[in-house]
Each structure stands twice: as C-alpha cells, then as structure tokens.
Design a protein around this ligand. Structure first.
Ligand code: ZN
Length: 161
C-alpha cells in the first residue's frame, strides 16, 4: 500500500473521461488499496482514480461510516435537491456552493466484480455525485448553484477557505 500523489486541477487529465474496468486483478486491488490510503491521509470523503492519474472508472468514498469501493459506478435513481459548500482534493483550499440531488442510488461493482447497490443522502449523495462526475471529466466548479441560491455573504462562485 502506498500514498499516491493527487493531481491538481491545472492538470488536463482531470478533464478526460475514464474507461470502464474490465479486468479485476491484482493491479486493480493495489490501486484500490492505494486510493484508500491516499483518501484517508488527505482527510477527504471521496477520491476518483483519475485524481491519482489513472483513467479508470474507480472511486472510493468514506463519509465516516466505512470505506466503499465503487467500480464502473452509475447513478440509477436520484431525488430532491441540496445546495451546500463543496470542495475537492484536486482544488485545495477552494470551495463553492453546488446544486446536487439530495438522494441518489448508485449501482457499482465491488472488487470481486459483483454488482451492488448503494444509497446515499445528504453528504454521501453529494460525495457520490462529485466522484462520479470526476469519471466524466466534470469538476464541482461546473455544478455551481444559481447565483440567487448562494449565501448572502458570498460574491464569487468559488472562494478560498
Ligand atoms: Zn473532487
């Protein structure tokens, strides 16, 4: 296991689309283990493989209730709306108010290749959406809520903490 370097948003790789995982082998397990260590060391709640320079549809999420490994994930159901301050490990110190569904259901494979369902509300739903966006080259700055929904004290779409 090892800590991998997190790419910052100046790196064009973050705008690329990741490819589906077809082979569930030791290389994938090493990537997942390294992503877990990297996520925990950075004290984040989610990390996509593209953020460590690997264009594969692989995400790890940990909202404080245990690590979830998502391989080839897709949102199959969503509902409601939430507008909260959001950041990204690839944009240290920056945050913005994004518009996300309040609830999502995600279908994904685990490391054994089995399809599983995961439900998330609030923070976890936001995290699933944020990380799955990374797999299509989308950053949270593309999801900024309409101006009239920002808190009164904020003047810019993305601010430094
Ligand atoms: Zn991110």
């Amino acid at each position: 296991m090892a800590i991998r370097k997190i790419k910052e948003d100046s790196d064009p790789i973050l705008r690329k689309k990741s490819r589906p995982v077809e082979v569930f082998d030791e290389r994938l397990f090493t990537l997942l283990d390294d992503m877990k260590d990297t996520l925990h060391q950075a004290e984040g709640v989610g990390l996509a493989a593209v953020q460590v320079g690997i264009l594969k549809r692989v995400v790890v999420v940990d909202c404080g209730d245990g690590l979830i490994e998502l391989i080839n994930p897709e949102i199959v159901e969503k509902g409601g709306e939430q507008i909260e301050a959001e950041g990204c490990l690839s944009m240290p110190g920056k945050r913005g108010f994004t518009q996300r569904p309040y609830y999502v259901k995600v279908r994904a494979q685990n490391r054994k290749g089995q399809w599983c369902m995961y439900k998330g509300e609030g923070l976890k739903a936001r995290c699933f959406c944020h990380e799955l966006d990374h797999l299509d080259g989308i950053l949270f700055t593309d999801r900024i809520a309409p101006r009239d929904k920002w808190p009164a004290q904020q003047d810019e779409a993305v601010v430094s903490k």
